[in-house]
Design a protein around this ligand. Structure first.
Ligand code: ZN
Length: 452
């Protein structure tokens, strides 16, 4: 039997609504072929439908309370701080661990939640948190080969203001280099997993331009997807006859209509108390995240700079406010009054009751009931529609050994609404957008192809 036997192509943010649009205008002949000759359908993502925990739900086959990470960011109420996760925080075996034990060789490339990489029977290349000057491969020696062959962890330029033209070829190069590696390693691997992450990033920043006749960036997102299609074509050509190809995303995508700053709402409703982080005063001096990003992007080396920043400086950077004086949730620790806040969210849906303040079961239950009622009924003044589709209690969606760590409530947004965890000086908890022009929806993609 030729190798690999299974190839899983993960497309971060892959969504049929977008793919079908580009298939119908002839831009994606290989995706068209895949749909015509394979089986396909909607994939229903995890709760919340976000990269962390979605990819790990796939690779472990478990709900997040069985591996201990519920979103990009969590809360440590023992230390009163926001926690940012990496691969070491996920506590569970994955499909490649089981396959490895059974003697199959596995290759895992760029799946979110794989940095630092771990030992498997085969090789692992770390995700977007990796940096070229760190050990981001298992075995460590593989890194040299990757550098030699031009592997790119990320584009040198992002789709931030003023750098769109430079970012597009960089995105394409990154995608191609990751396919190159997977294709090269295919003959020695039984089970291959490759995630392309930058489709998600491109969609967040470019979606709105697709229908803007006047925009010079109108065709950019289509260009990114044409690159995906080109590489899918290379893969289909090289795939051995008896190999199964599985294509899946972690969640789908749709146009964003509004942003709900949930921590601001909690503050306005009296559940959360914020305080002034001295770092937030930087905005008065004209120093904000956007300006720093533009300066760093101008050097064309965001990843390199990030990789040489000591952790302390990175933590400091996270506390720097945006232009609108918003503090991102990763840097929100110093902006929250932990002694007085009863409820805190990390954005994207998870909501935590602070049991250091809410001490009785009665109050806990009362707050949860109130929040469910209020949030499910809330209307966005910007769209006049519902913002929150449903609020789940933890006991309804989580079970497992990390259950205690799970958020007490999980709010699932209505399509088109993004829930942000900002701590903000603005009075309103609503905004039309906030850099991102499109956001996740729960229906992603799944396709099955081949097998002789
Ligand atoms: Zn995303």
């Amino acid at each position: 039997m030729d190798k690999p036997r299974i190839f899983v192509l993960g497309i971060d943010g892959g969504s049929w609504n977008l793919i079908d649009r580009f298939i119908s205008n002839g831009s994606l002949p290989n995706f068209k072929k895949l749909k015509e000759k394979g089986a396909w359908g909607n994939l229903i993502s995890s709760l919340p439908p976000v990269t962390y925990p979605a990819w790990k739900c796939y690779s472990t086959g478990k709900n997040p309370a069985k591996f201990g990470v519920f979103a990009w960011v969590g809360i440590d109420f023992g230390k009163n701080r926001m926690e940012v996760y990496d691969s070491r925080d996920f506590k569970s075996k994955e499909i490649w661990d089981y396959l490895g034990e059974a003697g199959y060789s596995c290759g895992v490339i760029n799946m979110p939640s794989t940095f630092p990489p771990k030992k498997i029977n085969g090789f692992m290349v770390g995700d977007i948190l990796s940096h070229m000057n760190m050990v981001f491969t298992y075995p460590p020696g593989l890194k040299k080969e990757l550098i030699r062959s031009g592997y790119k962890i990320r584009p040198d330029y992002e789709f931030t203001l003023g750098f769109f033209e430079k970012a597009l070829p960089e995105f394409k190069k990154t995608i191609k280099s990751q396919f190159d590696l997977a294709l090269k390693k295919m003959p020695s691997t039984d089970f291959m997993h490759l995630t392309i992450f930058h489709t998600d990033q491109a969609q967040h920043f470019l979606w709105n331009f697709m229908d803007d006749e006047k925009s010079p960036y109108k065709g950019y997102l289509e260009e990114v997807w044409k690159e995906m299609d080109l590489n899918l074509g290379r893969l289909l050509k090289k795939l051995p006859k008896d190999t199964y190809l599985i294509i899946m995303s972690d969640h789908g995508f749709c146009m964003q209509k509004n942003v709900f700053y949930i921590n601001k709402w909690l503050e306005n409703e009296g559940y959360l108390v914020s305080k002034k982080d001295p770092v937030s005063l930087l905005s008065r001096l004209g120093i904000n995240k956007e300006r720093i990003l533009i300066a760093v992007n101008a050097l064309g080396a965001k990843g390199i700079i990030k990789s040489i920043l000591p952790k302390k400086i990175l933590e400091f950077y996270r506390r720097v406010p945006t232009k609108q004086n918003n503090i991102g949730v990763m840097g929100a620790t110093a902006s929250i009054n932990w002694e007085k806040s009863k409820v805190i969210s990390v954005g994207e849906g998870p909501i935590y009751i602070n049991k250091n303040v809410v001490r009785t079961k009665k109050e806990y239950n009362q707050i949860r009931s109130e929040l469910i009622k209020k949030l499910e009924g809330i209307k966005s003044p910007l769209t006049n529609g519902k913002a929150i589709k449903k609020v789940y209690k933890k006991e309804d969606i989580y079970s497992g050994e990390f259950y205690e760590k799970a958020p007490d409530l999980l709010a699932l947004w209505e399509e088109g609404c993004e829930i942000r965890g900002y701590i903000t000086q603005q009075k309103s908890c609503w905004a039309y957008d906030n850099q991102w022009k499109a956001h996740h929806k729960r229906e992603g993609i799944f396709a099955f192809y081949g097998g002789g």
